[in-house]
Design a protein around this ligand. Structure first.
Ligand code: CP
Ligand code: NVA
Length: 300
């Protein structure tokens, strides 16, 4: 199958990321009223909860003149055991692209192998590349090119952290990761990023002089059973005013949301002057509209 997928940032590469972000910024500013995806349909399969991903893809398809269909396991034959390979082939015959949010990245890859239309990763246990497009767009809008800058990742070495590692490798910014023992990111991704990624034990070491400080929930979807243990394990990894004071004076704060104030971030940081989380959330819409246009070759 030769469809262009977006399962990880590597599927776009550095030039593709740059072009999608430039297109997102331009279309956000110009707000064109063309309908380049008129008559096109995006199927959206969600195995996990979502606010931003669902609404941004659905609203984005509406703005582009197309249509989005929300599918959940409870309402489809997938939930009753229909094989992913069969579902991929059936949806490919009816829709122009498929967005998938599921538990297993391996299953997403299996789905994509059988799909003849573009498949978009809307978050798996391993990666969350759509969020990175929005984060990178937000950084560019506020501070310009992220190349050569220093980003601090504070907290879990999870799907978001993995996508930051890939972005650091592809775009050439320095990522400093501080995670508690036992919560380090995937070693193969870290090694592939070479000098672009450094791992620290203490949050202060990672935040020192950083241009951007990023965190995420301490217990991702699927980690609920270990939530109590994680609250204790991550206690020294909260992004608060004291930690932000280590960062550069004009450092930005990002969080993919949903956030837990008082856990991974203090209210004074997420609701304070360094925080750009609302722009970051809105940019899910703009970045993904540009991504859809890029994948469907309908402009951009
Ligand atoms: N950031 C993000 O992906 O949010 P949702 O889980 O609400 O889609
Ligand atoms: N790491 C989080 C991101 C949510 C958008 C999770 O996987 O639940």
């Amino acid at each position: 199958m030769s469809a262009r997928h977006f399962l990880s940032l590597d599927d776009l590469g550095a030039s593709g990321i740059d072009s999608v972000i430039a297109s997102a910024i331009a279309r956000k500013r110009e707000a064109p009223t063309d309908r380049p995806l008129l008559g096109r349909t995006l199927a959206m399969m969600f195995e996990k909860s979502s606010t931003r991903t669902r609404v941004s893809f659905e609203a984005g398809m509406t703005r582009l003149g197309g249509h989005a269909i929300f599918l959940s396991p409870g309402d489809t034959q997938i939930g009753r055991g229909e094989p992913v390979e069969d579902t991929a082939r059936v949806l490919s015959g009816m829709c122009d692209a498929v967005m998938v949010r599921n538990h297993s990245h391996a299953v997403l890859e299996q789905f994509a192998a059988y799909a003849s239309v573009p498949v978009i990763n809307g978050l798996t246990d391993r990666l969350h590349p759509c969020q990175l497009l929005a984060d990178l767009q937000t950084y560019v809008e506020h501070r310009g090119d992220i190349r050569g800058r220093t980003v601090a990742w504070i907290g879990d070495g999870n799907n978001m952290c993995h996508s930051y590692i890939n972005a650091a490798r592809l775009l050439g910014f320095h990522l400093r990761i501080a995670a508690p023992e036992g919560y380090a990111p995937d070693d193969s991704l870290v090694r592939a990023a070479g000098d672009q990624v450094s791992i620290y034990d203490k949050a202060q070491q990672a935040a020192d002089g950083a241009d951007l400080v990023v965190t995420d929930v301490w217990a991702s979807m699927g980690d609920e059973q270990s939530r109590e243990a994680r609250l204790a394990d991550f206690a020294n990894f909260q992004v608060n005013k004291a930690l932000m004071s280590w960062a550069a004076p004009d450092a930005l704060f990002m969080h993919c949301l949903p956030a837990h104030r008082g856990e991974e971030v203090s209210a004074e940081v997420i609701d304070g002057p360094a925080s750009v989380v609302w722009d970051e959330a809105e940019n899910r819409l703009h970045a993904q509209m540009a991504l859809l246009l890029h994948l469907l070759e309908a402009g951009a």
